[in-house]
Design a protein around this ligand. Sequence first.
Ligand SMILES: Nc1nc2c(ncn2[C@@H]2O[C@H](COP(=O)(O)OP(=O)(O)OP(=O)(O)O)[C@@H](O)[C@H]2O)c(=O)[nH]1
Ligand SMILES: [Mg+2]
Length: 199
Amino acid sequence: MIIKWSEHVTTAVNPEGYPKSDLPEIAVVGRSNVGKSSIINFLLNRKNLARVGEIPGKTRQINFFNAENKLLLVDLPGYGYAKVSKEEKKKWQENVEAYLLGRPQLSLIIMVLDIRHKPTEDDKLMYNWICTMGKPHVVLANKSDKISRSYLSGNINQIRETLQIVPGVPVIAVSSKKRTGWNEAWSCIIEMIPDLIKI
Ligand SMILES: Nc1nc2c(ncn2[C@@H]2O[C@H](COP(=O)(O)OP(=O)(O)OP(=O)(O)O)[C@@H](O)[C@H]2O)c(=O)[nH]1
Ligand SMILES: [Mg+2]
């Protein structure tokens, strides 16, 4: 797997703003602040392509990133941020649903979790929803640098049990900060999208 070239394509809120492209897309979903934008930078070997913030709720819109002209990575706004009004939550749901349900080239969903924490009720809702959609998906348990190695497999098991993830779905510990798990993450992604031209 070689990723040398990537670029920000566009920022959108609704389908009119999505890029006109036939490339397969990989959407990154997860709770606010788990590191979705960081995971995009990590996968693309970039430092600051997707905007990372200390302030949760940083990514409010949908951002599209082109990787090697072979696929687009899509950074979706995070859910579960407490300080967001009901109105904004509703807007989030509409925008995210419109993308996930209305984009035929969506080939894979990456659900990002924080490996330190048991998945929340919001995570369960999101995960069940992904399963109901029937789209291929992988789970990346990010921030593995924050726990000691001896806790890794226990925490991965807790994630599997809480979300009731079936054995065929990979759950991979990664650290976008320390850049660990890159090969494993990409191998699983490639395996889940058989049509993807090798990059
Ligand atoms: N220690 C550590 N911190 C990380 C890691 N990945 C992300 N972070 C930090 O977590 C915070 C949130 O990262 P983002 O990438 O902005 O998270 P996000 O999920 O895109 O957040 P929203 O856009 O608000 O939904 C930032 O302070 C990152 O530096 C990691 O692997 N390890
Ligand atoms: Mg973000």
